[in-house]
Design a protein around this ligand. Structure first.
Ligand code: FDP
Length: 337
């Protein structure tokens, strides 16, 4: 059997050669992110053992405090990324304010936003969770100073790279530098991410829908009608869509991207702005899905065109196969007329 030597690191650095002016800084950032992903993956795989060696927040057998996994993931990412000299500022879903690069490290031209552990309500029950990241170029002068909130509050269209890591039956690292979407599976035997999903394209037609149907009574009438429509066998001989909802955005979207589907977290009477965060969840996933040939909207507008006003702002999201997003958009529009 031929051995696959296309590691994530090699893929990143070979990709860089296609851009003659590239300084290699973005490649270094992605490589550092992959190291953090390996550390988090290892810890996620040990999560169940916390019950045996000590609960989070309590002392473990060594008399040390056991950290909650989402706090661990946040700290790991920060520590893995603060010293490379390529970033001027970071922001994390776990922290209210921007994360400054410590004074003793040099500052660079990039900005990193991340959701360290998405789907955290699934941690304790062995269900897939993920990390999401997004990279921008700074907009303030690159003069050696730290970045500001202004550097973080850029529309998703300005992302130079985005990616996610799913910690599932295996760990997979998916990324884009706006040149297609590629997936790498972690080989635990020798600790490398190996190319497993080359140039991912989301099927144009969907067969799966993912939404929390427990919120049905709060939905917009257009959304209720759309869900009825996809549940009916339609007259062109297509089967009704299958419902699949993990409740872990990264895992739900990853599956839908491979099989064809739509993921929805709408605005409703309970959550008028939806639930998911624009900067940490929706923008990076929207760039990835668009790069894979799909669409992502907030109901009427393209997610990537939204001008953010707040680091933690929430937006409704309809994301996935093009045909399905076009259709739901049509239903929402009809009901608004
Ligand atoms: P969680 O609350 O478990 O962290 O943004 C967080 C998120 O998970 C997404 O990953 C997931 O898609 C969504 O919330 C699930 O929300 P509901 O429980 O309301 O369905």
């Amino acid at each position: 059997m031929a051995i696959n030597f296309m590691t994530l690191t090699r893929h990143i650095y070979e990709g860089e050669k296609r851009y003659p002016g590239a300084t290699g800084e973005l490649s270094d950032l992605l490589h550092e992110l992959s190291l953090a992903a390996k550390v988090i993956s290892l810890e996620v795989n040990k999560a169940g053992l916390v019950d045996i060696i000590g609960f989070a927040g309590h002392d473990n057998i060594h008399g040390e405090k056991v950290k909650k996994l989402d706090v661990f993931a946040h700290e790991t990412l920060f520590k893995a990324m603060d010293h490379g000299g390529h970033l001027c500022v970071m922001a994390s879903e776990e922290e209210e304010d921007i994360l400054r690069i410590p004074d003793y490290h040099s500052k660079g031209k990039y900005v990193l936003l991340f959701d360290p552990l998405d789907g955290s309500s699934n941690i304790d029950v062995n269900v897939s969770i993920g990390t999401i990241f997004s990279i921008y170029r700074r907009v303030t002068p690159n003069d050696g100073s730290g970045g500001t909130l202004e550097d973080c509050l850029q529309p998703g269209l300005k992302q130079v790279a985005a990616g996610y890591i799913v910690y599932g039956s295996s760990t997979i690292f998916v990324y884009t530098v706006r040149d297609g979407v590629h997936g790498f599976t972690l080989d635990p035997a020798f600790g490398e991410f190996l190319l497993s999903h080359k140039n991912i394209k989301i099927p144009e037609k969907a067969s799966i829908y993912s939404i929390n149907e427990g919120n049905y009574k709060y939905w917009h009438p257009g959304l209720k009608k759309y869900i009825k429509y996809i549940q009916d066998a339609d007259n062109r001989g297509r089967k009704p869509y299958t419902s699949r909802y993990i409740g872990s955005m990264v895992a739900d979207i990853h599956r839908n991207m491979l099989y064809g589907g739509i993921f929805i977290y709408p605005a409703d009477n309970l959550n008028p702005d939806g639930k998911l965060r624009l900067m940490y969840e929706c923008n990076p996933m929207a760039l990835i899905i668009e790069q894979a040939g799909g669409r992502a909207i907030d109901g009427s507008k393209r997610i990537l065109e939204i001008q953010p006003t707040n680091l933690h702002q929430r937006v409704p999201i309809y994301i996935g196969s093009k045909e399905a997003v076009d259709k739901v958009e049509e239903y929402l529009k009809q009901e608004n007329q």
